[in-house]
Design a protein around this ligand. Structure first.
Ligand code: CP
Length: 314
């Protein structure tokens, strides 16, 4: 009990820039709090524990799930939201620096959620803010709250993370959700198969961080590990990161998960995807019991409710 209280207190006013900012105990406590939030959500009652607080969302890149689930979470906790959903409508379009934007927004809010196309932007924002900053995706860097959702979904749907085999497919080079997820998985006893076209393989710094901590295989062949897979984690090829659009055109459609692939998966396996999806999972898969990606997106709300209340609650 004392450890739990200390963990909750320790997250107070903390910025979350990388998944490595959270200890195993803190992650487990976020999951416990998310379970409570989920129970509350399912009763349909609005909580009133953040009524004096304001969450600011600053999105310099498009988003549906992350921004709206953070905003929904704050609303459900009884707090208020101010939002910059499009940098073209803010003074960033007049040339205002990120540092100056943050200096202003911190004076208008109690917690800031930021997404930015540049790796390191959330860290920079946290250095100019006396209020906690949550990284909602910085270029090809990290997306730590997506990883909390991914791990929580695995626990909810399969009961356990340890002992599982996870096959991660798609854009491992630019996919920030993959980078945060691999870092988190390296704390568990899991087997990981990495499937990508050769020129979208994992960046060297991410590979160096996790090799030796994970039982890791790499391949370009999607079929190779399907029968051994408990969790198939599919990702989109990140069109917006390519400087050469011809290169993207060559890679789009590299993998498309079909019913045929689903049939080859281990019994009881699930398919996750951080979404948005383009064409990497055939829509016919959506109606199979393996498809858990929409449930995964739903878990974004209880996870973010837990995180906001632990960081910015009284
Ligand atoms: N998973 C995720 O980050 O989705 P959005 O880009 O819609 O926020």
């Amino acid at each position: 009990m004392i450890l739990l209280i200390i963990t909750v207190i320790m997250l107070k006013n903390r910025s979350i820039i990388s998944i490595s900012d959270l200890s195993d105990e803190e992650i487990n406590e976020i999951f416990s709090q998310a379970d409570k939030m989920l129970e509350n959500l399912e009763t349909g009652r609005k909580m009133n524990i953040m009524s004096s607080k304001i969450l600011a969302t600053l999105f310099f890149e498009p988003s549906t799930r992350t921004r709206l689930s953070f905003e929904s979470s704050m609303e459900r906790l009884g707090g208020s939201v101010i939002s910059m959903a499009d940098s073209k409508t803010s003074s960033a379009s007049k040339g205002e620096t990120l540092a100056d934007t943050i200096r202003i927004v911190e004076s208008y809010s109690d917690i800031i959620v930021i997404r930015h196309p540049l790796e390191g932007a959330a860290l920079l924002a946290s250095r100019f803010s006396s209020k906690p900053v949550i990284n909602a995706g910085d270029g090809s860097g990290e997306h730590p709250t997506q990883t909390l959702i991914d791990l929580y979904t695995i626990k909810k749907e399969l009961g356990e993370i340890n002992g599982k085999t996870i096959t991660i497919v798609g854009d491992l080079k630019y996919g920030r959700t993959v980078h945060s997820l691999l870092s988190a998985l390296s704390r568990y006893n899991v087997k990981v198969n990495l499937v990508s076209p050769e020129n979208l393989s994992l960046p060297r710094h991410v590979y160096s961080e996790v090799k030796g901590k994970l039982d890791l295989n790499t391949t370009t062949d999607i079929t190779k590990y399907l029968s051994d897979t408990d969790i198939l984690y599919v990702t989109r090829i990140q069109k917006e990161r390519f400087t050469d659009k011809n290169e993207y055109a060559k890679l789009i459609g590299s993998y498309r998960i079909s019913l045929n692939d689903v049939e080859k998966l281990k019994s009881g396996a699930i398919i996750l995807h951080p979404l948005p999806r383009v064409d990497e999972i055939s829509p016919e898969v959506d109606n199979t019991k393996t498809a858990k990606y929409f449930k995964q997106a739903y878990y974004g709300v209880p996870i973010r409710m837990a995180l906001i209340s632990m960081i910015a609650g009284d």
